[in-house]
Design a protein around this ligand. Structure first.
Ligand code: HAM
Length: 424
């Protein structure tokens, strides 16, 4: 036999039945955005490498170590998108959405690619649902964005997660803070690599997981204590709007994100049951990104929620399976005439929004019933010789076991399926 081929390392499949829950989670995470007037944007999965270097930041792990970059046939450097924000901003500028009414509110979903070391919950092809808002400084939009994510998680029934929140300041108050932090780090006993990181991106040092580093950072200066009055008042308003939106959060002034574009409001959702890969979503403001990518100087805010990790979190909390029923009614037809009639009947039912399937390949009744079970059909319709003579179908309610003979018409079946005393 020829050797079978496996998927590349770190790339998950979602075969059924788990794929049902994957779609359910993805749609649940997107739904709050669609209910809040966000429009869908479909984006390419590869872009010019320069977009991510300029947009995400050359010194980030994502850009310096994790990108899938290759040269295409036209000798251009191309990168599989490691995240969505830079691409959305590029598309807003290129399609001149920023010239229309503001703010521009968009959502997206799909795969992203990072060459990370694979482990449980950390994949090389990861899935996100994201939103981006461009052209508003209103703190109410910060709270809206955060609440979309928060309520996406709670709508799935998730309870054991929390929201970390902080402000990273702006182009006025961050540079002096950065300098103060660098001075502080200069007085610590750090290895060469960490010293170099302190020079390029001192905030990342705060995120160093090693105890030997952390114990020296107890008294490190924190951005939250260095906010300018405008950032301070913005952050205060964001918190008021969050309370008004029914969102609970923890202030975490040591929150550090892995991407360079963040300013002011910054947040991360954590689900501790997931172990090392506990970040189920994150985002924040990026008030300099539009200008950095050659657009107008408009501010922005957004999030990316990890669909894979959210599904893992739902599984960890015992919330799955979300979807049991795939099909409303499953047909088993015996004989060619019965199969022809069933095909016609199914077309009419599907046109009315009733999902149905039938047993193909004339297997035994037993194996047909097994299939009905796999799709968790609440009703099974049997069309045999007797039914053909009497123009009827036998419909079995799989929950109660009751069986009833109905006229072989779409109307009769629909009436039966949606009748108020239906028990399945
Ligand atoms: P991020 O924090 O890099 O942000 O990714 C967002 C979420 O994607 C993470 O919280 C995590 O759930 C999931 N994720 C990231 N990497 C992996 C991985 N290797 N395997 C599985 N899941 C992963 C961004 O990407 C920003 N673009 C979010 C944003 C939008 N900020 C503003 N707007």
């Amino acid at each position: 036999m020829t050797r079978a081929i496996s998927a590349p390392r770190g790339v998950p499949d979602y075969p059924p039945p788990r794929s049902r829950d994957f779609l359910f989670v993805r749609d649940a995470l997107a739904q709050p955005a669609t209910r809040a007037g966000y429009e869908y944007i479909e984006l390419p999965v590869f872009e010019s490498t320069e977009l991510f270097i300029r947009g995400v930041g050359e010194s980030t792990d994502v850009v310096s170590k994790e990108m899938y970059t290759f040269t295409d046939r036209g000798d251009r450097s191309i990168t599989l998108r490691p995240e969505g924000t830079a691409g959305v901003i590029r598309a807003i500028i290129e399609n001149r959405l920023d010239k229309g009414p503001l703010p521009v509110k968009l959502w997206y979903a799909g795969p992203f690619f990072r060459a990370e070391r694979p482990q449980q919950g950390r994949y090389r092809q990861l899935q996100q649902v994201g939103v981006e808002v461009v052209g508003s400084d209103d703190p109410a939009i910060d709270a809206e964005v955060i609440s979309l994510a928060y309520h996406g998680f709670t709508s799935l029934g998730l309870r054991n997660f929390y929201l970390n929140l902080t402000s990273l300041g702006c182009s006025i108050c961050r540079p002096p803070y950065r300098k103060t932090l660098q001075e502080f780090l200069g007085s610590c006993d750090l290895d060469q690599e960490t010293r170099e990181r302190a020079l390029i991106n001192p905030l990342r040092v705060l995120d160093d997981k090693r105890e030997i580093v952390q114990e020296q950072l107890t008294d490190a200066p924190l951005m939250i204590d260095y906010l300018c009055p405008a950032c301070e008042s913005h952050f205060t308003s964001v918190r008021s709007y969050l309370s008004a939106s029914g969102v609970q959060w923890r202030e975490n002034p040591r929150l550090v994100r892995g991407l360079d574009y963040y300013t002011r409001t910054t947040f991360e959702f954590v689900h501790p049951d997931l172990g090392a890969q506990s970040g189920i979503g994150g985002g924040g403001r990026y008030d300099g990104l539009m200008a950095e990518l050659g657009g107008e100087s408009l501010s922005g805010i957004g999030f990316g929620l990890g669909t894979d990790r959210t599904l893992l979190a739902c599984e960890a909390e015992g919330l799955t399976p979300f979807v049991r029923r795939l099909i409303d009614i499953y047909f088993i037809a015996m004989g060619d005439e019965a199969r022809l009639r069933t095909v016609t009947l199914m077309q009419a039912l599907r046109a009315h929004g009733i999902s149905c399937d039938m047993a193909f390949d004339s297997h035994s009744l037993k194996s047909a019933m097994k299939n009905a079970d796999r799709v968790a059909a609440p009703f099974v319709a049997i069309v045999g010789e007797d039914e053909m003579h009497s123009n009827s179908v036998q419909v079995k309610n799989m929950t109660t076991g009751e069986q009833e003979s109905l006229p072989s018409t779409a109307q009769a079946l629909i009436g039966h399926l949606i009748s108020p005393d239906r028990k399945a």
